[in-house]
Ligand binder design. Structure first.
Ligand code: NAD
Length: 461
């Protein structure tokens, strides 16, 4: 683990590098983004191998959920950085006449990115792209639970960038704590709600602005008008990709009572279609990240009737794709985010039932509704507060870079992706450029006799 003096040394070097102004040059940023793109493309195979070694993630899932997304983000940033960084003119205020009003963006300075293990590559690189595009220097603390991917990240970054510009520091929570002692100009954290609170406290000490990308219990509603086969197929994909270890995966289903039996049959069929009769032998099905998560998850199996899966093997950290019928709301599985391949199926009859269940929990990172009834779906989207979501599908909101990705309430604060990442890592400076060819004396003292006039003016400005 790096000592506190090593860390303060690194921080000082990054402060000094930022101070010389190199990262403010747009050509420098663009060059850095291009270098990152090249090294990612060169290491595509190595990235997939590292992810497989960490938790048997298949090559297809690695490419789709980790590599392709960041390549697209990089290409977008390279293409648009000139446009994004130009000061934007906004309509001037009559009160300032004559003036021109503009928004400038400037980098915060030195940024700390702390990442989780579940998409250990993408959740490091995607925020890094925003931080580079915005002109910051960066220290990255990847997850200690994915040693192969984190080591690869360290290699890729150290062979591409100088440590005074971008550096990966590997380590566990003690390293993260040590890093948090420093005064960063921005902190970008992805992880659990529990650790999010620790990060917020550390940031508060220095009044450091931050983004918190956290988690929650994401409801997924299937009403009586939904296309059952298609809905089941999409839900099984979204719940069991990455073995359910996805922050925006559906956490539990709320199925209209009238379609419960038919829908369960469809879910069971789709699991077999995707992973075969024995998912343990499927090349496409990942493992649980570590023993403590395996134990936490396997303990949930007692909380409801197992309708599919339910097999566990601790020697291989394997838990099969599992459907759990009607667990009590008081049971363990219905207390916190599941974050694994166990899908509780609850039923409802009325809108009041939905409210009663969904509002038991803090605001979720995602919510999904499957329905052919547009009025019902729209009401659900408007009635509940959550980070983002989709109708008639799951998780797909994540891939559109025009949609900012982030939580609300305890599922997080701030958002990123595409241009939003650039904005997240930039301070917006409001500038009024005042003309000197005219000086209206109205605002200057003495104010005598101007009170009535200001009242009149305020009515039409
Ligand atoms: P975690 O909060 O345990 O760890 C995340 C990072 O924080 C790791 O780098 C870890 O080393 C560090 N950390 C752990 N304890 C710490 C402490 N006491 N002080 C400082 N740093 C500490 O999360 P995880 O288990 O790696 O990831 C799973 C969680 O992340 C889930 O809750 C999931 O919903 C959430 N998540 C959110 C998003 C999102 O984009 N909103 C994406 C992926 C995962």
């Amino acid at each position: 683990m790096p000592t506190s003096s090593t860390i303060s040394n690194i921080k000082e070097k990054q402060n000094n590098f930022f101070a010389i102004g190199k990262t403010k040059e747009i050509t420098f940023r663009k060059e850095a983004l291009k270098k990152l793109l090249a090294v990612i493309q060169k290491n595509e195979e190595a990235i997939c191998n590292a992810l497989y070694s960490d938790f048997k993630k298949s090559k297809f899932e690695s490419l789709v959920t980790e590599v392709v997304l960041v390549v697209k983000e990089l290409q977008l940033s390279i293409k648009n950085i000139d446009k994004w960084t130009k000061p934007k003119t906004v309509k001037a205020s009559f009160l300032n006449f004559p003036s021109k009003d503009l928004l400038y963006t400037e980098p915060y300075g030195t940024v700390l990115i702390i990442a989780p293990w579940n998409y250990p590559y993408q959740l490091v690189i995607a925020p890094l792209i925003g931080a580079i595009a915005a002109g910051n220097t960066v220290v990255i603390k990847p997850s200690e639970l994915t040693p192969a991917t984190s080591a690869l990240l360290e290699n890729i970054i150290s062979e591409t960038f100088s440590a005074e510009y971008i550096l990966v520091i590997q380590g566990n929570k003690d390293t993260a704590q040590e890093l948090l002692q420093q005064k960063w100009d921005y902190i970008f954290f992805t992880g659990s709600v529990k650790v999010g609170k620790i990060i917020a406290k550390a940031a508060a000490k220095h009044l450091t602005p931050m983004t918190l990308e956290l988690g929650g219990k994401n409801p997924c509603i299937i009403d009586e008008t939904a296309k059952l086969k298609l809905s089941a197929r999409r839900i099984v994909w979204g719940k069991f990709v990455n073995a359910g270890q996805t922050c925006i995966a559906p956490d539990y289903l709320l199925v209209h009572k009238s379609i419960e039996t038919d829908f369960i049959k469809e879910l069971q069929k789709e699991i077999v279609k995707a992973y075969g009769e024995n998912p343990k032998t499927s090349k496409d099905y990942p493992r649980i990240i570590n023993t403590s998560n395996f134990e936490r998850l396997s303990a949930f199996l007692k909380d409801g009737k197992v309708l599919a899966g339910g097999e566990c093997d601790n020697t291989d950290l394997y838990i099969s794709p599992t459907l759990l019928q009607n667990p009590s709301l008081e049971s363990e599985v219905m207390q916190e985010e599941i974050f694994g391949p166990i899908l509780p199926i609850l039923t409802y009859l009325t809108a009041a039932d939905l409210e009663k269940i969904i509002l038991r929990y803090e605001k979720s990172l995602a919510l999904y509704v499957f329905s052919e009834n547009k009025v019902f779906a729209e009401k659900v989207l408007k009635d509940f507060s959550f980070g983002g979501g989709a109708t008639n599908d799951v998780m797909i909101q994540f891939v559109n870079h025009r949609l900012p990705f982030g939580g609300v309430g305890s599922s997080g604060m701030g958002a990123y992706h595409g241009k939003h990442s650039f904005e997240t890592f930039s301070h917006k400076k409001s500038i009024t450029k005042k003309g000197t060819w005219l000086d209206i004396p109205f605002r200057y003292a003495p104010y005598g006799g101007k009170t009535n006039l200001i009242k009149k003016i305020s009515k039409w400005i």
